[in-house]
Every structure is written in structure tokens, then in C-alpha cells.
Design a protein around this ligand. Structure first.
Ligand code: SF4
Ligand code: SF4
Length: 281
């Protein structure tokens, strides 16, 4: 079973849910936690991880053979990211905008484009203990996209375990790449109009990808009921509500799992997992 923990915006407590849920359910069955939030991976901060493998991730950057280039401009037209421009004097590639998608190379009518590798980050694989395996993808600072890193990280998915993936925030390409092939998405939101706005975007994405989903409201406020109303309207279950609690916030800031050793929260996270399993039956 593969479960993504996602959110339409950052700062909702997605990593808190991913790490606590992974820890709790791993006490009873083997779990693999993967941190795909490549721009800001911080799940590892809650554990002592023994890494067993570190793998560089590369993309291919285009370079132009001037002798073959006719300045047709087709490469620039094909690039969605504005990473290649054609001038009278020649073609210029902006490496820091390039996603290494290869579209310019395919579009070039004279095969003037060749490619060179560039390391954009790493994937690290290891374990926390015998019951909880761990992996993380880390994008180098300044690189435009972690999609390739997420793709490489997901190659290490262990199908014999329950897999929990901490997705990047938002609804852009890295999130879609993370969600691809997932059995279920837990959408983490907060009790605010901003939380609702971004939750709606996240729901659009999972609906489009036909991934069943449930909602966890973090920093839940009884004064704001719009999230519940939206969930009811869309027929999406509220899996859990975590109140705004100083102790939970303090545990997070100190890199401590608030549910670890806490009977009430252990049971509550086990119930979340039971509801997910029930949906997937
Ligand atoms: S598509 Fe090829 S030939 Fe045309 S400008 Fe780009 S590199 Fe040159
Ligand atoms: S590889 Fe893709 S992103 Fe990079 S310049 Fe070519 S078309 Fe643009």
C-alpha cells in the first residue's frame, strides 16, 4: 500500500503527519518512509537514520553544435521554461532554468543539440530501525525542479512494506510526480481560508489523478467549519483533527514525534491508518 501525505500549501504540518504516522504504524508492520519534499526535506530530523546508499541524480543539459545549427528557433519554441533562446549570434542555454526535459533536442531539425550531464541532487536510502526503512531526495540549492530526484527516489519503493511518502507542498509538477502510482492521498490542511483555498487545489489534483483521498485538519479550530463543509460537499472523509496545541508545536520544533509513547495519539494514528485501509478494501 502506498500512501502520499500531501498539502496544497507549505506549513500545514504535512511532515508532522508523515513522520508520526510512519512511526506509529511501523511498530506493528514494516513501513518505508520516503521524503520527496526535495527542496526542504526534513523528515530525517525526527529520527536517527543509518544511511546505506547515496546516489547522485543527474539531468541532461542541452548544448549546441554551431556548425549544425541553422538558427531555426525551433528549440526555443519547444521549451516551456524559457531556458533556451536563439539570437542572431547563436543559441544560448540558461542552465539554471533548464529542467533537462529534452524537448529542444527533439525539436531541433538538424540534430544540432547534444546533451551533457549535470548533477542536481542526491537520493539517500537507509533505515531508522528494523521496522522502519527510510529514503530521502535532496535537490541542490538553485536547481529549478526536483521531479527527476522524486522519480529516482520512487525507484527504491519496497512493495513488501507499507509506503508513506511525504510529498512536496503545492500542486505543481513535483507533487504530481510524487502522487503518480499512489493508492491513497492524505491531504493535510489547516483551519483557515488559506488552508481551504489550497486544499481545494489539492483535491482537484487527486480527483484528476483518480486517487482516493482523506483529509487531516491540523491546527484545527472549532471556530472555522468551512473545511468540514467542503469535505462533506466533496464526500471526502475527515480522517483526524489535530488541535492547535503548544506541546505538539514544541515537539515539532525540537524534532520530537509527539505521538511516540503517547497512548491516545498512538490509537488515533492507528485509526487513521485503519480508515485508509478500509477505503482501499
Ligand atoms: S532548433 Fe537546432 S537548428 Fe534551430 S536554433 Fe535550435 S539548435 Fe539551432
Ligand atoms: S532541455 Fe527542456 S528545459 Fe532544458 S532547454 Fe531544452 S526544452 Fe528547455
Amino acid at each position: 500500500m502506498k500512501i502520499a501525505i500531501a498539502s496544497g500549501k507549505g506549513g500545514t504540518g504535512k511532515t508532522t503527519i508523515a513522520t508520526n504516522l510512519s512511526w506509529i504504524i511501523s511498530r506493528k508492520r514494516p513501513v518505508q518512509l520516503l521524503d520527496a519534499d526535495t527542496e526542504e526535506p526534513n523528515s530525517h530530523l525526527f529520527f536517527s537514520v543509518k544511511y546505506e546508499l547515496k546516489q547522485d541524480v543527474e539531468i541532461l543539459l542541452p548544448r549546441v553544435n554551431k556548425e549544425k545549427c541553422t538558427l531555426s528557433g525551433e528549440c526555443a519554441k519547444a521549451c516551456q521554461f524559457g531556458a533556451i533562446s536563439v539570437f542572431k549570434a547563436g543559441v544560448m542555454v540558461f542552465d539554471n532554468l533548464c529542467h533537462g526535459c529534452g524537448a529542444c533536442s527533439i525539436a531541433c531539425p538538424t540534430n544540432a543539440i547534444y546533451e551533457i550531464p549535470k548533477q542536481i541532487g542526491v537520493v539517500k536510502i537507509g533505515k531508522i530501525d528494523q521496522k522502519l526503512a527510510f529514503g530521502t531526495g535532496i535537490l541542490n540549492i538553485g536547481e529549478p525542479s526536483g521531479v527527476k530526484i522524486i522519480r529516482e527516489l520512487k525507484k527504491f519503493i519496497d512493495g513488501t512494506k507499507t509506503v508513506i511518502i511525504d510529498a512536496p507542498p503545492g500542486t505543481s509538477c513535483p507533487v504530481v510526480e510524487t502522487l503518480r502510482g499512489m493508492d491513497y492521498a492524505i491531504l493535510v490542511t489547516e483551519s483557515t481560508p488559506f488552508g481551504l483555498h489550497d486544499l481545494k487545489l489539492a483535491v482537484e489534483v487527486v480527483n484528476e489523478m483518480k486517487i482516493p483521498a482523506g483529509i487531516i485538519i491540523n491546527m484545527a479550530s472549532e471556530d472555522y467549519k468551512e473545511i468540514e463543509r467542503f469535505a462533506h460537499e466533496k464526500n471526502i472523509p475527515i480522517l483526524e483533527k489535530i488541535p492547535f496545541d503548544r506541546e505538539i508545536a514544541r515537539a515539532y520544533s525540537e524534532g520530537i514525534l509527539f505521538a511516540r509513547g503517547n497512548k491516545e495519539w498512538t490509537e488515533r494514528f492507528e485509526k487513521v491508518f485503519a480508515k485508509v485501509k478500509e477505503t482501499l478494501k
